[in-house]
Design a binder for this molecule. Structure first.
Ligand code: MC0
Length: 146
């Protein structure tokens, strides 16, 4: 069951400048930063609020670290902006299987590593009315990796 918006992924060309905008303009704080080599991004997670399922919702700012990354490709075509939305679930395996059974393309056979040790998969945007959609199961204790 999808229980929250885990994050909104925002593609940017300059992570430090974009972090400065979100922290200075809105007063949000950076909760976590990391490089995800597999996904080809450097990212910052800004926690917006805790949620009733024990999780949280974040803004995820994404800067590509190489030209062949999906985010670099998307930026070249669309410019900066909202890249994807991510829904939180306690069981990404079960939810992605159930969604696949409904005819939506799930991009990974097995969930991969996401922010803060989470397990993630993506749904094809062409099957989701133009929205690249991610499913996320947080690590048991995401603060431990923060
Ligand atoms: C591509 N398309 C999108 C899109 N990316 N539509 C909406 N939102 C997006 N973000 C559209 C294109 O415009 C194109 O439509 C069609 O999908 C095919 O795209 P493409 O540019 O030809 O590229 P492909 O097919 O090589 O790849 C698209 C695909 C890829 C969605 C399969 O981007 C992918 O595997 N994404 C999942 C991984 C990802 O994005 N990782 C970065 C975030 P037209 O109409 O022009 O044919 S990593 C992350 O977020 C992690 C760290 C985390 O949360 O923890």
């Amino acid at each position: 069951m999808l229980t929250r918006i885990d994050h909104i992924g925002i593609a940017c060309r300059d992570l430090d400048a974009t972090v400065a905008f979100y922290t200075t303009t809105y007063g949000f704080e950076v909760f976590h930063t990391e490089v995800n080599e597999e996904q080809g991004v450097r990212e910052a997670m800004l926690k917006i609020n805790e949620t009733s399922d024990g999780g949280a919702s974040y803004l995820q700012l994404l800067e590509p670290i190489r030209e062949d990354s999906t985010v670099a490709k998307w930026l070249a075509k669309n410019g900066e902006g909202v890249h994807h939305i991510a829904f939180g679930t306690a069981d990404v395996d079960a939810d992605s299987a159930a969604i696949k059974d409904k005819g939506v393309r799930v991009l990974y056979d097995e969930p991969r590593r996401g922010s803060m040790g989470s397990r993630i998969t993506f749904l094809h945007p062409k099957d989701c009315h133009g929205v690249l959609t991610e499913l996320v199961t947080s690590a048991a204790d995401p603060d431990a990796e923060h």
